[in-house]
Ligand binder design. Structure first.
Ligand code: AKG
Length: 267
């Protein structure tokens, strides 16, 4: 399903658009899961739009064990295989799923960041599949900095709510550059997406998200996070996101745990 040139593009740019890879059945199933999740949020659910403001940006993650629609998608859709092929792995483990919804009229942006410093993992054979359930014109979607996953940098995570830095030990990672005031310096990727299309991006690729200022179109996204062959546990200088409080791993341990099930193997 994935071509050699797509594998090369992923490894060079750290983000790739895949057209028409999930059929409508998968999209409808995830839409049902998101409605269930919204009515019954998990312990990590967050609301980013203040109650008295227009729009609604919310997210939630690590709910796959209790939402059968998510489980069905993560174990049986083409997602894990896509991650396996693009990261050139023999085996793929689920890290977690993350929903990010911006209802019509939402002005809140997702700040520039990359995911690996938030996560308790190191490795290069990693990736997220950002799958929108609605059409997303590029001006309301995500942007990526091509090649930023191979800069050899780890930037301080930022809170989505306040855009302040995480409570990590100060200076443990570089501050994120001010990309918006220097956009011409970067090769910025963005695409128009239709339901069934997805973007796959490396955990170290810098990305940001526009608000959803459309009048009536929702912007529901299901981001699945995948761990390939070289992924190991990483200790971070503070509480990670997700926190995975039950883990007792040490730096460099392999991610063998029922929280991170194997979802695809190359036979
Ligand atoms: O959906 C968004 O606005 C941001 C997505 C994102 O940061 C992610 O999936 O890692």
């Amino acid at each position: 399903m994935i071509t050699d040139s797509q594998i090369q593009e992923y490894s060079k740019k750290g983000a790739i658009l895949l057209k028409k890879v999930f059929n409508i059945g998968w999209i409808s199933l995830l839409a049902e899961g998101i409605e269930k999740n919204r009515k019954d949020p998990g312990p990590y659910a967050c609301q980013y739009t203040p109650k008295d403001k227009k729009g609604d940006f919310y997210d939630d993650y690590c709910n796959w064990q209790r939402i059968p629609e998510y489980q069905e998608f993560l174990f049986n859709s083409p997602a894990a295989k896509i991650a396996g092929q693009l990261t050139q792995s023999r085996q793929i483990r689920l890290f977690h799923e993350h929903i990010l919804v911006k209802e019509p009229g939402t002005s809140e942006k997702t700040p520039w960041h990359h995911d690996q410093p938030y996560y308790c993992v190191d490795g290069e054979q990693v990736g997220s599949i950002w799958l929108p359930l609605d059409p997303v014109p590029r001006e309301h979607g995500l942007e990526f900095i091509s090649g930023s996953h191979i800069w050899g940098k780890m930037f301080m995570p930022k809170k989505f709510l306040t855009h302040e830095e995480y409570d990590y030990k100060p200076k443990s990672f570089d501050p994120i550059p001010d990309i918006e005031s220097d956009r011409d310096q970067y090769d910025i990727l963005s695409w128009d997406l239709e339901p069934g299309d997805c973007i796959v991006f490396h955990f170290k690729t810098l990305h940001s998200g526009a608000g959803n200022l459309q009048r009536s179109n929702r912007r529901r996204a299901f981001s699945s996070r995948w761990l390939g062959d070289d992924t190991v546990f990483a200790e971070r200088p503070g509480k990670t996101s997700p926190p995975f409080p039950e883990l007792t791993f040490k730096q460099g341990d392999s991610m063998i745990h029922s929280l991170f099930p194997i979802c695809w193997e190359n036979h």
